[in-house]
Each structure stands twice: as structure tokens, then as C-alpha cells.
Design a protein around this ligand. Structure first.
Ligand code: HEC
Length: 118
């Protein structure tokens, strides 16, 4: 009996994390983060990589940007995108980015790219 309870609890946590990852991935494309930071969050010459950075760091940056706190003109660019994020959006995006599976672009489900990917 105790085993079953623990198992159900464990699955609940695993599935909740999985759902957060999927929501974060969807937001990453829907909120156009991918257009600057790259479809695999790998970054470009002008925009930083986000994939697999530490969650506490990513969260702090997004919360700062959301209240308009930026340390440079280039960071100022982020404010308009972060302003529209809810706490839950930030949690999901941060979970997705900090656990990024480094998928190749062609492995990303086409639905996330609105049919324009791959
Ligand atoms: C128009 C381009 C653009 C878009 C769209 C964009 N960003 Fe950014 N992002 C930037 C720039 C520029 C910086 C600041 C780079 C610097 O520090 O000079 C940045 C920085 C960040 C950082 C801090 C990274 C670090 O290493 O310091 C995070 C986190 C981030 N963006 C997340 C997002 C998320 C999530 C979205 C979508 C909601 C998004 N960005 C959309 C351009 C963009």
C-alpha cells in the first residue's frame, strides 16, 4: 500500500515536470523568444544562449526584465517581451530552458513552429 502511494506521488511529480517542460517549449516559440535566441535556445552572435543555464539565473533575469530592470541598452530590448509574462509563464519557460534537451531543430514538433519550421 505504502509503495503504491509513493509510486503515485512520484508519477505525479514526473508528469507535472513534463507538462511544465512542454508548456515552456510552446511559450518559447509562441512568444517569439526563438526568433532571437535561436530555435534550440542555442543563441546567436548577437543574442545569448539560454539552453541549460541555471534556473535561478534565468528566473532572476526574467523577473528583472519584467519590471524594467536592464543593465544595458541591449538588455533593454528584453523588457517588452518579459513584460507580458505571468509568473506561471516564467516558471514554465525557466523549467524548459534549464532542462533543455538540446533537440536538433528538425526534431522539434512542427506544431510548435506553427507549421513554418523544419
Ligand atoms: C528581439 C530579440 C529578443 C527576443 C524576441 C527575446 N529576447 Fe531574450 N534577450 C535579448 C537580448 C538582446 C538580451 C540581452 C543580451 C545582453 O545581456 O546583452 C536577452 C537576454 C535574455 C535573457 C538573459 C540571458 C543571459 O544569459 O543573461 C533571458 C533569460 C532571455 N533573454 C529570455 C527570453 C525569453 C524567455 C524570451 C521570450 C519571452 C526572449 N528572451 C525574447 C533579445 C531577445
Amino acid at each position: 500500500m505504502r509503495f503504491i502511494v509513493l509510486f503515485v506521488l512520484f508519477m505525479h511529480i514526473v508528469l507535472a515536470d513534463e507538462a511544465s517542460y512542454n508548456r515552456g517549449e510552446m511559450l518559447f516559440f509562441a512568444k517569439s523568444c526563438s526568433s532571437c535566441h535561436g530555435p534550440a535556445a542555442e543563441g546567436t552572435s548577437s543574442y545569448p544562449r539560454l539552453a541549460n543555464k541555471k534556473s535561478a539565473y534565468l528566473e532572476k533575469k526574467l523577473i528583472d526584465f519584467r519590471i524594467g530592470k536592464a543593465q544595458s541598452v541591449s538588455q533593454q530590448m528584453m523588457v517588452q517581451f518579459a513584460e507580458k509574462l505571468s509568473d506561471k509563464n516564467i516558471n514554465d519557460l525557466v523549467y524548459f530552458l534549464s532542462h533543455h534537451k538540446r533537440e536538433k531543430v528538425e526534431d522539434i514538433d512542427d506544431a510548435y513552429l506553427g507549421g513554418v519550421g523544419s
